[in-house]
Design a protein. Sequence first.
Length: 550
Amino acid sequence: MGDRWYQEAVVYCLDVDTYADSDGDGVGDFQGLIGRLDYLARLGVTCLWLNPIHPSPNQDDGYDATDFYNVDPRLGTLGDFAELLHQAQNRGIRVIIDLVVNHTSDQHPWFQSARSSPDSPYRDWYVWADHEPDDRHQGMVFPGEQHETWTYDRTAKAWYYHRFYKFQPDLNIENPKVRAEIKKITSFWLQLGVSGFRMDAVPFIIERTEPGNPNSPKDFDFLTDLRQHVQWRRGDAVLLAEANVEPEELPVYFGDGSGSGNRIHMLFDFMLNGRLMLALAREDPETIIDALRDTPKLPTGGQWATFLRNHDEIDLSRLTADQRNDVLAKFGPDENMQLYGRGIRRRLAPMLGNDRRHLELAYALQFSLRGTPVLRYGEEIGMGEDLALDGRDAIRTPMQWSYRENAGFSTAEPEKLIRPVIDKGEFGYQQVNVTAQRKDPRSLLGWFERMIRTLREAPEVGSGSTAHIDVPMPPGVLAHRADGRTGTMVFLHNLGTEDVEVDLSTLAPEADLPIDVLTDRNYEEVGKLDRLKLAGHGYRWIRLCRGQGL
Ligand code: GLC
């Protein structure tokens, strides 16, 4: 492994409360997760990203915290959390947690104090205006569910700013005390043993909000400062940020101190996510090729985090209207599948019609593209969504462990579960569960295990450079390569449904005993690379050569 662990990591994202319930109260907990660490180790996961774990009224699935220095008692105690860190470390698995400091819950004692009086020591911890700001109805993140970004608080007798729901008042980053507190929060969790943070809503954290100005300036220096702090407290800690901004803005988030990244280590590649969905919908790799070509050059140590699904809707807002319509028509045709006028609230397996070959192709493609792959829990067994649930809850149903009642997630009475398990149709737990797939090497779970092991033997993907192989290709086929210290990998993915033959003989001079290391089926030997067969929705991961002396 190279120097920087995050570049060769496989990140697995989960909500503790829907993963595994150890005490039968209907809510998943740390002890339940500890019991599943061996499963995650076998899958090949090297880093867990836990969605918010703090005490919270849970009006936004924990993204509304009331205490940054504790854990939600429904999940266990701080002691249980420390035990989780220890047990994960024993298995070589790191843990990162969500850092949600753009806002707090309106129930947070800081906000309760702040609104109670202009003299409260916490008044300036939030963003206030005496008069109704002109941009009150602009900049909402959840259109349809949210109608304003400034709300009048009768107790405070003032307007407060909230980029998200009105129960999530924004913290005031201009206040040095707030900055110091954010650093203290990171120190606390680093000291306990987390390996870093998934930073929520970064463009909004650094917003120097000016009432009436919907495009308030941003303070990037805070990110430099926070990075310094975090790195000093724990040298190998990472910041993985959610910053869904225009591509040309992204480099500023990585920062650049004489060629080396000095702000965020890793950014989610939202642009690639939308383009991947479009490429799958159109069976045409064109937009992925564009993405590989247009990717801004990253400073040393900068890294992308790739994903197909996460805990939110698939955001298609950066695609053109035509492109978005193509994705919606294919993957989310019913209004009920769509959200906020920009996205899809579905999991990948149902979007791809539960077509096993198509699913393998999609995930093989994601994991082979540059960056660190992030996988959402349940995707490895092909779980579905529950569109009867509100908004994003559709994709936040309990993990399906077995054929037992409640999918083996909990022994509670079904009506006590945090959310119902999916128990009907082809995605019901009777059909889709870990136990069934664990004993079947041909299952999707078995495939994920194999694919991830293979990826680990190809560190070029994470820590090397990736490029499109620009030679004539049959329609639908993407050819790309990853080059690094350990050698070169070549990847073929056929997004179309026709069987084809690919000629990569221009690479022959570089080849040294080239072999297939992961394929959708048995193909003839790679040979001279001039007649590579590739089935519809097929893929071939080929090791072209090894690095010198390896
Ligand atoms: C981020 C999270 C989302 C949450 C929001 C508010 O976008 O991904 O789940 O609702 O921030 O914290």
